[in-house]
Design a binder for this molecule. Structure first.
Ligand SMILES: [Zn+2]
Length: 286
């Protein structure tokens, strides 16, 4: 069995503040260990069911160089390195292909404007809303569509408690959810220690594998007219830059879109547009 684990950092055990999320922050080194531990818990859960599983982990946060490979479970391989378009046209999901059977999303957060813990959608400073066919969605639902293009269903999401609503409303199939913490506000939560969350995440991964075999997971539906993905930005310049990417069209002064029949292709065009709009200013992309 081949399992793809997409990782983000805001929903990781004990992470509640920006100080833990960037290399400049004092809490980052400790948070990297917490991130790696949550990922390892998911890997262990998969191996409980399939000791010979092939597991690929994709670090999908910020610089995308957070997971400590020296502490990563030996059964996994790691997709790591900057999110610019030349490296990662599928952004957080780079490394997925149709050889995979199942995906787990570990450490995620709710969408821009939700008010949840460390909420945003991909790029907080620029993306006000990310809409798919008119509906504002967060990263877990958009990534599920990208994974769906490769025939890979999502079986587990972990993150802070406020993300449960998106799991329930925006994902299809019997997707498990593990709350690593109870959200108090955008930068505070009641957290469980890693020794507690590790067993919850491990159980969640085990259950996801069982549900996969029971046929209880599902791919997101493909709309009859295809996918229209639209980004509402905060800045007009970002839209102007994005419009230089083939396939991107203007919606309004501060918004642009792409469309097509395959979610991964449409997303990739949009991500190219987003990155183009950031090129000159973002060290973290390189
Ligand atoms: Zn992140």
């Amino acid at each position: 069995m081949n399992v793809f684990i997409g990782g983000d950092m805001e929903g990781i055990t004990g992470v509640v503040h920006r100080d833990q999320l960037t290399p400049e922050g004092h809490g980052w080194q400790a948070a990297r260990r917490l991130y790696t531990a949550d990922i390892n818990a998911a890997v262990t859960g998969v191996l409980d069911e399939h000791p010979d599983a092939r597991i690929r982990v994709a670090d999908g946060h910020g610089t995308m160089r957070n997971i400590l490979i020296e502490d990563l479970h030996e059964a996994a391989e790691l997709v790591t390195g900057g999110a610019n378009f030349r490296n990662r046209p599928l952004c957080q999901m780079q490394g997925i292909d149709d050889s995979f059977d199942l995906a787990l999303l570990v450490g995620f957060h709710s969408k821009s404007g939700s008010g949840g813990l460390l909420h945003h959608t991909y790029v907080g400073v620029n993306i006000r809303n990310f809409l798919v066919n008119g509906k504002a969605l967060g990263e877990i639902a958009i990534n599920a569509m990208v994974l769906g293009s490769f025939g890979v269903p999502v079986g587990l999401v972990t993150g802070s408690s406020d993300l449960a609503e998106e799991v329930k409303n925006d994902l299809t199939g019997k997707v498990g959810f593990v709350a690593t913490k109870q959200t108090l506000g955008p930068s505070a939560a009641i957290c469980l220690p890693p020794m507690r969350t590790a067993s919850l995440i491990r159980d969640g991964a085990r259950t996801a594998v069982r549900r996969f075999h029971a046929g209880e997971l599902a791919l997101p539906p493909v709309p009859a007219g295809g996918f229209v993905m639209e980004v509402e930005t905060y800045r007009r310049e970002m839209t102007e830059q994005a419009l230089l990417v083939p396939g991107i069209e203007r919606v309004g002064e501060c918004s642009f879109r792409a469309s097509g029949s395959r979610a991964a292709d449409v997303f990739s065009t949009i991500w190219h547009g987003v990155v183009r709009g950031l090129d000159q200013e973002s060290a973290w992309l390189s």
